[in-house]
Design a protein around this ligand. Structure first.
Ligand SMILES: O=C(O)C(=O)CO
Length: 383
């Protein structure tokens, strides 16, 4: 087997090391320390701009078109408050009602939560557009080449998403291992007379975790898993530095097959590209242990869902826990929704009060940098 074993060392060594955001999102080397520093500068800038608001009318600020996915229960209103400090905020409704006037004002588009896409027609109608600020790390919903042909830059928010998404990965792993959803249903069911279950969960502690995609989020998952004394394997396009591996006790698997064969929990943290589309299919599921659980926090299309249905039905693997599916949501009659060895959540990896705000702030900093001709903290480029 080609997984390299390295001695476990103190995880403290990880603090302050630079992180390679390669696997989820696009390549971008950034030290967390630098980011905090940059964030401070940005916040200071915010005060200056806010103070000058008394004189500056909203119309004088650069126009930002906000693309939302709807049904966000006040989240957008909160984001609007942040955006309005720096931009003249234009909603899609306002834009459509007064296209002629609005289209000239719009210099940036803020894409909320990585789901709405941007088509050629919209780009053609925005002659002064300079930047699309995506709040979220994955930009697979955007046609980067087409956007770049319009001379428009795209930015994302790799720093804001890393911790909440890694937390979600752990939540899914623990919930699936200990059959939390089934347990909860029993506890609250009106039919339950006394507590008894005819099933058992499995333990995460000391189990083997295989992380496919060891970018920023994958690494944060590894840091958390270490606290559970898990044996950590990882597969990635690029091997991490030795110190980074040692800091979390991660062993590199050059071949994904080795990781699949040995892991009790397989965690998908890759970004969706043509290379990772249906990365996990019938063959890969067949390599996994019958006692293993597949967890996906990247994008639904990374898994061949038909193959997953079959693997779960035939108990080729124990269970799956998915925060992402293809499409989202799944059609209500999709076979994955009828299985009892699966947990599915509605793409909530970053659905926290803190993450939504930080993502907006990171996106705002990116968009302002483009508009002001300054170095762009997190730009993504077409391949
Ligand atoms: O940041 C992203 O791309 C996400 O999908 C967050 O859940």
């Amino acid at each position: 087997m080609s997984c390299q074993l390295l001695p476990l060392r103190s995880s403290r060594a990880a603090t302050g090391t630079s992180e390679t955001i390669a696997s989820y999102g696009h390549r971008c080397h950034r030290s967390p320390v630098d980011y905090r520093q940059r964030y401070k500068t940005y916040s200071a800038g915010e005060q200056t701009i806010s103070a000058s608001h008394t004189k500056v009318m909203a119309e004088d600020l650069p126009g930002v078109l906000i693309l939302d996915i709807g049904g966000t229960h006040g989240v957008l209103e909160n984001l609007a408050v942040l955006l309005k400090k720096h931009f003249h905020l234009i909603t899609m409704k306002e834009f459509l009602e007064n296209k002629k006037e609005m289209s000239k004002k719009i210099q940036s588009v803020f894409v909320f939560e990585c789901r709405p896409t941007i088509d050629r027609e919209l780009l053609e109608s925005l002659p002064n557009l300079k930047v699309i600020g995506n709040s979220g790390v994955g930009v697979d919903h955007l046609d980067l080449k087409m956007i770049s042909n319009f001379g428009v830059k795209v930015t994302n928010t790799p720093h804001a998403v890393a911790d909440p998404t890694a937390d979600m990965a752990m939540a899914l792993m623990l919930a699936s291992a200990r059959r939390l959803v089934e347990g909860c249903q029993i506890a609250v069911s009106p039919d339950t007379k006394y507590f008894a279950v005819d099933w058992l969960g499995v333990e995460v502690t000391r189990a083997t975790l295989g992380i496919i995609g060891m970018g920023s989020i994958g690494y944060k998952v590894a840091q958390r898993a270490r606290a559970f004394n898990m044996k950590i394997l990882y597969h990635n396009r690029n091997r991490r530095r030795k110190e980074e591996e040692e800091a979390v006790g991660a062993h590199y698997c050059e071949k994904m097959e080795d990781l699949l064969q040995q892991s009790d929990f397989v965690m998908l943290v890759v970004n969706l590209t043509p290379e990772t589309h249906k990365l996990i299919g019938k063959k890969e599921l067949g390599l996994m242990k019958p006692t293993a659980t597949l967890i996906n926090i990247s994008r639904g299309a990374v898994i061949d869902q038909d193959a997953l249905v079959e693997a779960l039905q035939k108990k080729i693997i124990r269970a799956a826990a998915l925060d992402v599916t293809h499409p989202e949501p799944l059609p209500r009659d999709h076979p994955l929704l009828r299985l009892n060895n699966i947990i599915i959540t509605p793409h909530i990896g970053t659905a926290t009060v803190q993450a939504i705000r930080m993502m907006a702030e990171e996106a705002i900093a990116n968009m302002l940098a483009v508009l002001n001709g300054q170095p762009i903290p997190s730009e993504v480029f077409p391949k």
